[in-house]
Design a protein around this ligand. Sequence first.
Ligand SMILES: C[S@@+](CC[C@H](N)C(=O)[O-])C[C@H]1O[C@@H](n2cnc3c(N)ncnc32)[C@H](O)[C@@H]1O
Length: 197
Amino acid sequence: MRQAHEWEARYQEGNTGWDRGDASPALAAWLASGALAPGRTLVPGCGRGHEVIALARHGFAVTALDFAPSAVAHVQESLAREGLNADVLQADVLQWQPDAPFDAPFDAIYEQTCLCALPDDVWPDYAERLHGWLRPDGRLYALFMQTGQPGGPPRHCDLLHMHRIFDEERWQWPESEPLFVPHRNGRFELGYILTRK
Ligand SMILES: C[S@@+](CC[C@H](N)C(=O)[O-])C[C@H]1O[C@@H](n2cnc3c(N)ncnc32)[C@H](O)[C@@H]1O
């Protein structure tokens, strides 16, 4: 597993090809359609937090996690510059537990390519955590990375594999087509809104 210090090194070296420099068009689309409405929202693996800023601007109560200190500091500085509020915590998503009942359960989780940054042997554990952090009928806004290649990170989030991890007993998958979310690095993500059962 890539450790916190390795991600930190990438931030310090500016080796951050995943970073769009702005919020993802997926977030804009879900906000514009009303599919994502203000509430308690968790952003795991937030990176430089462009989506955290956008959500805070729209009045969401955001908790954001990342274990790279530079990423966390960047988000906190951006929030302060704009006079916005969010809880941005330096934490490992595979260890963190919210201070219930103050933080959790969440109404929504915005999962933008944290899953694909994790080794696939911990995906079931991570999915279990996502389920536990959401209230019943809460929603997971998932951007599943598509690389079409083995290895990573980023790891390819094969949809059959995703259906196994986010199984129908505990998650309701939408009937609509996913959002196609291209990236200037040539990769793309598929955006799905899953409802926690
Ligand atoms: C591919 S980047 C995505 C960042 C951001 N969501 C974006 O789309 O720009 C993955 C992020 O997850 C963080 N990360 C990876 N494993 C983590 C873990 N176990 N706990 C917390 N953060 C983690 C990394 O530090 C990095 O910022």
